[in-house]
Structure formats: structure tokens, C-alpha cells
Design a binder for this molecule. Structure first.
Ligand code: SAM
Ligand code: SF4
Length: 472
């Protein structure tokens, strides 16, 4: 695969999506005359990888309607803002940004709010920001073409806010932004009911995609030149194939890894309850399935886990860690932790710290608990003070830094296969990811390595990444 900027990514037509004639040959080509030249759009995204990938699909949908993507909000006739409401801070940003967009609106611009804040705030957005024309939650994206048609027809307040759908968001084209790693959502929504989390409310119930469609899309991506794919889902390993073939998640991984041209298959996020031995057996059977598992724990205290409604105890979680550690290859494990959940005592928090020592994670994403509307935990008493949450977060991050530093030091002298995804400004300096998802920066005299897989010998490290030299 060549330089990402040369790739006509919008030529990828998704299988199974409703047909639009001849959108197959590059930017603008094949777009029916009646939709060509609709206008320009600017799309800003906050939040998780699923939001990023939803935005790729929304962009594809707009390109298919004849819109052209532009780099600035100023240059766009349609501004779309894909939002995140997982924590309060992210949600707060939305209205201040909408205020900025209002300032740009000198007349004909249309403004759309998509994603989790749209779902959460609903039509109240029109009251707080009357210059917004479209509000669409992530569970309603399948209706976006109709909703956009209403906006184009001049309707002022268009809303898509259902979350009782059993359909997934299929688009005809996906405007892929990452030229090295292709994302495929295999399951949308979430049926777990973690007491702190808005996702089941904002993204609706779990809906898995037909396995044949997933594999068809993957084959097309491989034909196009992609060699690395990442399956996405809030609980990716809870995948339940709705088609008669009833393919298990682990079988889907094996099938995906067998697609000619595919060298790496990733998946995130795994839910501990559904992490079963057959997933490890699949990783053992085919090294193309990457040796990295993101397995959010949230807390090391069984009492807090119960309050969080996480469906496992500390001991059960550690059994899953032992299972991953039993894999043939050393498998990187990363996690998410929330500190300061209502009622979390210092003894509970100490159990989280001791869990970090016990597991020696390769990476930890840590957050202060943030009460969210419509969640069971928002009504729980005994809130931990902001100051105490900050203290616990700092302690946890300091501990993890020390653990990670030890792990990275222990890797000096090893050799990693790196998929090169960037060139640094410095001469002969490149970076990329290992199968276990570590960032590796390295030197090489080779003049062109983007998209290549190279062997790198590790000679140093920073706080979060490995340093090395290309083995020629
Ligand atoms: N589905 C994944 C799971 O089961 O862990 C992740 C969902 S969420 C997008 C990513 C992370 O945000 C969670 O793992 C959790 O650590 C954090 N998170 C979710 N709700 C939160 C809240 N109310 N306050 C603080 N952190 C939160
Ligand atoms: Fe939220 Fe829990 Fe579902 Fe993850 S599993 S998305 S944390 S409710």
C-alpha cells in the first residue's frame, strides 16, 4: 500500500448496503448527477474508536450524496459534530463548541450534532442551540440518509433519536481515515448495565452484524491493500452472529485471519465475563490474531465491582488474566480503571493498586468517576470528593508508570515485527505498532517504509514506547 494521501479510500463500497450505482471509481466519480455538488462538509469527532469509525461511515455517506469533505468549519456548508458523553467534561465541551460554530454561521451553514450527546440531550439541543438543524443519536444512524434529505429540503429541526433499533449502521461507502488499520464494527450498542455508564442508553441494545457481511467487507479491504483490521464493539467478544451460520467470535477471528492479504487482526473492547478459552485457542492457532487484549477491570475490589454491576469478582477477573497469560505468545494486557466510584473506601482503592501489581498491565486508561444522567449510580450516595478522586488517580498513575517502566526495560534486546505507520521529522526515523500494540520508534536507512512490516531490534525505551533499529 502506498502513501495514505494517495489512496482513493472512498472507492470502498461496503457489501450488503443498499446499492447506489457506480460509486466505485474514485473521488467524485460515479456520483449520480442529481446528488453531485450538494455542498461541503466538515466533521469533528470526539470520543472512542467507535465514534471515530462512525464518523468514517458518516463521511462515506455524505461523499455518496455528493458532498465534498473540507478541512475547516469555515469552508463548510454543513458542519457535523460527533460527540461523546461518557464523562461530564466531554459532554460540557459540546455546548461551548456549538457556540463557536454559531459564530461562524453567517447565513447558509447547517449544523448537525451526532453521537452520544445528541442521544442524551435529544431535542433540548434545539432549545439551547437553536442554530442547530439536525440532532441524531448513534443508535439512529441508519436513518441518517433520510434525515439529511430533510435538512437539505430546508427543514429546521430534524431529529433521529430512537434507540430501540435492532439494525446496525450499514453504509454504502466508508471514508476511511487510517490508511494502515481498517476498523470494522462487528457489534453495536451494549446490553450490560454497568451502574456508571451511559452507553446502553446512548448507543442502544447490542446488535451484532452478520458474519458473512463482515468477512465480505474484510476481503474487500484486503483487496484494496489493507493488511491490518481491528474489530470494534463496546463488548466485542459478546458478538452473537445473527445469521444461520452462528459463527462464534473466536471462529470469526480465525476466518478473518485466513483472508488472503490480512496479516493482523485486532479486536477491542473485550468484556471479562465473555472472555472465553476459545479466544485464546484462536490466538494460539493463528499468529495473525494479535497478541493484545484490552480487558477493562474498573476496580480491584469485589465489593465495588458488585456495586458497579460489572458481573465478575476480582477472583473471576484474575482467572481471565491467568487464561490470557496461558497463551503461547506473551500477550499484552491493557485495562480501564475508574477511581472514586460512590462508596469506594481507601481499602477498596488499595485493592485496585494491588491488582495493578498482580497483573502488571502493559497499559492502563484511568478515569475519575463522573456521575452521568440516566445511570443507576448517579443516585448513589457517599460520593468521594473531587480532591480525593484526584489524589487516587495520581497515585494509580504513578504506580502504573513504575510498573510499565519495568516491563519496557525488560524488553530491551528483544525483536518485534513493526507495522510502520509514520515517519518522524528526524532523518531516518520511523514509528509503528507491534502485534501487541506497542508503539515502536526506530531508525532505518531505508527511504520508504510506510505500510511495510519490518523487524526491529529494541535498544531503549521512553515512558510509553520502545526505541530500536531496523534489522535489515
Ligand atoms: N465497553 C467498554 C467496557 O466495558 O469497559 C468501555 C466503555 S467506555 C467507552 C470506556 C471507559 O470509560 C470505561 O471502561 C470506563 O473505564 C470509563 N467510563 C465509563 N463511564 C464512566 C463514568 N461515568 N465515569 C468515569 N469513567 C467512565
Ligand atoms: Fe458501558 Fe459496561 Fe457496556 Fe462497557 S460493558 S459499554 S462499561 S455498560
Amino acid at each position: 500500500m502506498g502513501n495514505g494521501f494517495d489512496i482513493r479510500l472512498e472507492t470502498l463500497v461496503n457489501p450488503g448496503a443498499p446499492a447506489l450505482d457506480a460509486v466505485a471509481t474514485g473521488r467524485g466519480a460515479g456520483i449520480p448527477a442529481d446528488v453531485a455538488g450538494r455542498g461541503t462538509f466538515f466533521l469533528e469527532t470526539f470520543g472512542c474508536q467507535m465514534n471515530e469509525h462512525d464518523s468514517e461511515k458518516v463521511a462515506g455517506l455524505l461523499v455518496a450524496r455528493g458532498y465534498q469533505q473540507v478541512e475547516t468549519a469555515e469552508a463548510a456548508s454543513l458542519i457535523l459534530y460527533n460527540t461523546c458523553s461518557i464523562r461530564e467534561k466531554a459532554a460540557q465541551k459540546v455546548f461551548s463548541r456549538l457556540g463557536e460554530y454559531r459564530g461562524l454561521n453567517t447565513g447558509e451553514k447547517k449544523i448537525a450534532v451526532l453521537g452520544c450527546v445528541a442521544q442524551q440531550e435529544g431535542e433540548d439541543i434545539f432549545t439551547r442551540a437553536p442554530w442547530v438543524s439536525l440532532v441524531c443519536g448513534s443508535a439512529s444512524y441508519r436513518k441518517l440518509p433520510q434525515l439529511l434529505a430533510q435538512v437539505e429540503a430546508g427543514e429546521q429541526r430534524v431529529a433521529g433519536l430512537d434507540n430501540d433499533t435492532d439494525e446496525t449502521f450499514e453504509t454504502e461507502i466508508t471514508r476511511r481515515d487510517n490508511p494502515w488499520r481498517a476498523y470494522i464494527t462487528i457489534i453495536e450498542g451494549c446490553d450490560k448495565a454497568c451502574a456508571y455508564c451511559v452507553v446502553p442508553f446512548t448507543r442502544g441494545p447490542e446488535r451484532s452484524r452478520d458474519s458473512a457481511r463482515i468477512l465480505q467487507e474484510l476481503k474487500q479491504l484486503a483487496d484494496f491493500g489493507y493488511s491490518e483490521v481491528q474489530f470494534l464493539g463496546q463488548t466485542v467478544n459478546s458478538y452473537l452472529d445473527p445469521s444461520p451460520s452462528k459463527m462464534k467470535f473466536s471462529e470469526l477471528l480465525i476466518e478473518a485471519a485466513a483472508v488472503p492479504g490480512i496479516r493482523r487482526v485486532r479486536f477491542t473492547t473485550s468484556h471479562p465475563r465473555d472472555f472465553s478459552p476459545d479466544i485464546i485457542a484462536a490466538m494460539d492457532a493463528d499468529p495473525a490474531i494479535c497478541n493484545h487484549v484490552h480487558l477493562p477491570v474498573q476496580s480491584g475490589s469485589t465489593r465495588v465491582l458488585r456495586e458497579m454491576q460489572r458481573t465478575y469478582s476480582r477472583a473471576e477477573y484474575l482467572e481471565k488474566i491467568a487464561l490470557i497469560r496461558s497463551a503461547k505468545r506473551r500477550t499484552a494486557i491493557t485495562t480501564d480503571v475508574i477511581v472514586g466510584f460512590p462508596g469506594e473506601t481507601t481499602a477498596d482503592f488499595d485493592e485496585t493498586l494491588s491488582l495493578l501489581d498482580e497483573v502488571t498491565y502493559d497499559g492502563v486508561f484511568s478515569f475519575k468517576y463522573s456521575p452521568r444522567p440516566n445511570t443507576p449510580a448517579s443516585s448513589l450516595a457517599d460520593a468521594v470528593s473531587e480532591e480525593e478522586k484526584s489524589r487516587r488517580l495520581a497515585l494509580l498513575q504513578e504506580k502504573q508508570r513504575a510498573i510499565q517502566s519495568g516491563t519496557l526495560q525488560s524488553l530491551l534486546g528483544e525483536r518485534f515485527e513493526v507495522h510502520v505507520d509514520g515517519k518522524s521529522k528526524k532523518e531516518n526515523a520511523w514509528y509503528g505498532h507491534s502485534s501487541c500494540n506497542r508503539v515502536v520508534s526506530f531508525t532505518s536507512v531505508n527511504p520508504q517504509l510506510l505500510g511495510e512490516y519490518v523487524q526491529v531490534s529494541i535498544s531503549g525505551c521512553t515512558a510509553n514506547s520502545l526505541l530500536g533499529e531496523h534489522i535489515l
